[in-house]
Structures are given as C-alpha cells and as structure tokens.
Design a binder for this molecule. Structure first.
Ligand code: URA
Length: 426
C-alpha cells in the first residue's frame, strides 16, 4: 500500500477500498503518513466526498486507532450529547447536570473552541481550579459518584481523530460531511455511551449553513451510531442567531448558572429541556422531568458536586474582562437580524478563541447581547457589549460586526419566536 495511490484514488473521484482506508488511518496515526499527505487526502475527500460504506469504514478505522471505554459497570444508563458547534452554545453546561439529576449517567467528553465556535472545556476552565484532564479512573469515579462528568477525551480515545481534527482546522478541510460525521461518531462510539443525542446546528454560525446539508450530516451520523449499537437521535437546531445572550467563556458559564437557578434566556432553557428529554428518552427514562430538575434546584446540586469533583470552586467569582465597549442601536425600531457568525468571530477576536492551537484563551472575553431579533430597540440603547483584556482588539472585533445587525423601523413581530428545533432525525 502506498499513500500516493490512496490520494490519487480520491483525487480522481474513485472509491477507497476497505484496505486503503484501514491502512491510511493506521499509518497516519503511527506517523508513517505525513501531515501534508493526509491534508491532500482530506482535501480530496472534502471535494469529492465518500459514499456511506466508505464513511462507515473510515469511522471504524478511527475507532480502532485507540481504546474503547466501557461504562457497563455503572448502575445508571448512559446518555451523551454532542453539538456540531455554534456561537453561544453553552448547552452542555446546564444539560449534563439536568440529565444526571433525572437519573442518567452523562459521560460528556468535550472539546475546545474550533474557529469561531466556542469550546465547552474553555468555558469550564474559567471556573477557578477546574480541571479538564482526568484519568479514565477519575472520570469513571466522578461519573459513578455525581452522575455527570465533563472532561477532555484521553489521549487513547480515537487518536486518529485527534491528529486529523487538528490538521483539518488549519487546512480548510473542516466543512466536509464525511469528515465531520466520522470525527464526531468515532469519538462517541469509542467513548461507549449507550445513547447519544446529536445537536446538529444549522445557519450562519454553524459549519452546516443549509438545512439540506445539516439533514444529510444528521442522517449520516444517526446511521453510524445505530450500526454500532448506540441509540442515536439528532435534532436540527437554529444557529443563525447566537444562543442566549452571551458568547465567551466566563460570560457563558454565568448564563448557564442562571439557567441552573431556574432562570436564564428562554432559547437556552428551551433547547436544554428539549435535548434533555431526548437523552432521557433514549436512555429509557421516559418519566423524568428535566424542567422540574431546573426549577427545584436538583440540577444545580449536581452542577456544584461536578465542579468540586474536578477541583473547581463553584462559589468563586468568575473572571471579568478588564475593558468593555458598548455598541448602541443606530435607530429606533425592531431588531430584525443579528448574525451568529459575526458575533462568533467578534468574540474570537476579542480573545475568547484561539488563532493558533497553542494560544491561551481569555476567560473574560466575549460578546454580551442586550437584544435578540424581534425585540423593540430605541436609538442609542446598548445593543452589544464587547469584553476583553486586550482593548486594542475592539476595532478588529467591531469590523467583524459590520452589517451583522439590522434595525427595521416600526414594530414587527415577524422576527420573534423563530423555532429553535427545526427537525428531528432518528
Ligand atoms: N466536531 C467534531 O468533533 N469534529 C468535527 O469535525 C466538527 C465538529
């Protein structure tokens, strides 16, 4: 087997054989295939696609590149959620404790920010003392004791994806349905969850911009999960507008705490409860009531125990950015558009995300929204507050927001209440 013939097969729109796929994934993981060769192959896959059988084999090869976890010793059924990535998507933070409070075990292996989208681990690391890296034994212990754990995947889990994911991020090869589906599902299947709910984001702030592409991605992932014995359901959810009123690490933790305290923005609450119901249903816990777990404080109790178990102090003050800059409504009327991608890029530029893999993120940086589409606004009122420790970035962030919001004269209810859940695939 040689890598150049594998690249040429896909470059010339051919099908990769099972042997070619098994070999190239293994050889790349072992460092025999070089990054530049794998990036040529990833680009050929992005441009020419893979059929269902190729995607299934590619996913299996990535699972087989590392270890598989086994939660069958746990007394509770396991359920996990994975989002394809969005702006202001802090849902994992309230969701994991809610689902645990309702009786399931939630082994939530999460990632860091990718491009303009935020990462759950970066958000949680704004809590003083909180640790993302746990050994498999520690992870199992927290899960067994608390019912929920949110941590980084260990090095042994789908190492092929770890390398390929970092490579795709810097070679313009993220937005490929076969590569996204195999990346997500190899990790989730190797993790060993019994049930999985996928939150497939659609819109400007998502990697899938159209409903058709999101549906194809969701169908592919549900098929892969089901074939591997994982009960898998996908919700297609709106990402044309940021979720909630914040995008940025500590800002999003603060907003998640509001949700866990029984308040918080309605779209964050609605999506948390919808995903929790799906997870509990897939785990066979149909009588549980996630809305009640938010209202009665039981989800907040799990949150506190989960943070403490990972070294964090749930009572500690969260970091606040040193500088703020307010953008105001240019005229009175109704806010009719607020682009998720632009807000994500602005938060990233303010320091909430990384320009290079090794960069540190700023805990306090990000964007706070004071209105959402459908809201009435008055000329001069604050629309967005930008937060950063590096005020020289304000201009750069403002540039990203040029044309990102529209205020239309007069009252208009047409823009309020866009449904958050657009479709369900099982
Ligand atoms: N999340 C992943 O884990 N992988 C991708 O390719 C995209 C989003």
């Amino acid at each position: 087997m040689d890598v150049i013939s594998v690249i040429r097969t896909k470059r010339d729109r051919g099908r990769l054989s099972d042997e070619q796929i098994d070999w190239v994934i293994d050889a790349y993981t072992r460092g025999v295939v070089a990054d530049e060769q794998m990036s040529a192959l990833a680009m050929a896959v992005l441009l020419n696609g893979m059929d269902r059988a190729e995607i299934a084999r590619w996913t299996a090869a990535m699972i087989n590149s590392g270890e598989r976890m086994d939660f069958s010793r746990l007394a509770r059924p396991t359920a996990d959620k994975h989002s394809t990535g969005g702006v202001g998507d802090k849902i994992t933070l309230p969701l994991a404790p809610v689902v645990a409070a309702c009786g399931a075990a939630v082994p939530q292996l999460s990632g860091r920010g990718l491009g303009h989208t935020g990462g759950t681990l970066d958000k949680l690391e704004s809590i003083p003392g909180w640790r993302a890296s746990l050994s498999n034994e520690e992870m199992f212990g927290v899960l067994d004791d608390v019912g929920a754990v949110i941590c980084a995947a260990g090095d042994g889990l789908a190492p092929a994806d770890k390398k390929l994911y970092a490579l795709r991020d810097v070679t313009g090869t993220v937005e490929s349905i076969p590569l996204i589906a195999s990346s997500i599902m190899s990790k989730k299947i190797a993790e060993g969850t019994g049930a999985l709910v996928l939150d497939v984001k659609v819109g400007s702030g998502a990697f899938m911009k159209s409903l058709d592409d999101a549906r194809e991605l969701a169908t592919t992932m549900v098929g892969l999960g089901t074939d591997h014995g994982v009960r898998t359901v996908a919700l297609l959810t709106d990402m044309s507008v940021p979720l909630g009123l914040t995008a940025g690490n500590a800002l999003e933790v603060r907003e998640s705490l509001e949700v866990l305290a029984g308040g918080g923005p309605p779209d964050v609450v609605e999506l948390t409860v919808a995903l929790a119901r799906e997870m509990l249903d897939a785990a066979g816990l149909r009588d549980a009531d996630p809305a009640k777990a938010l209202a009665d404080g039981s989800a907040m109790d799990v949150w506190r125990r989960m943070v403490i178990a990972q070294g964090g102090d749930p009572e500690a003050e969260l970091p606040v950015a040193r500088e703020k800059h307010v953008l105001v409504a240019p005229e009175s009327g109704t806010l009719t558009a607020l682009d998720a991608y632009a807000v994500g890029v602005a938060a990233w530029r303010l320091g909430a995300g990384r320009a290079r893999k090794e960069d540190a993120v700023q805990a306090g940086a990000g964007v706070e929204l004071h209105a959402k589409p459908g809201d009435a606004v008055v000329a001069g009122q604050p629309l967005l507050t930008l937060h950063t420790d590096t005020p020289e970035k304000f201009g750069y962030a403002e540039e990203a927001l040029t044309g990102a919001f529209t205020v239309t004269e007069g009252a208009s209810s047409a823009f309020a209440g866009t449904p958050i859940v657009l479709d369900r695939i099982s």
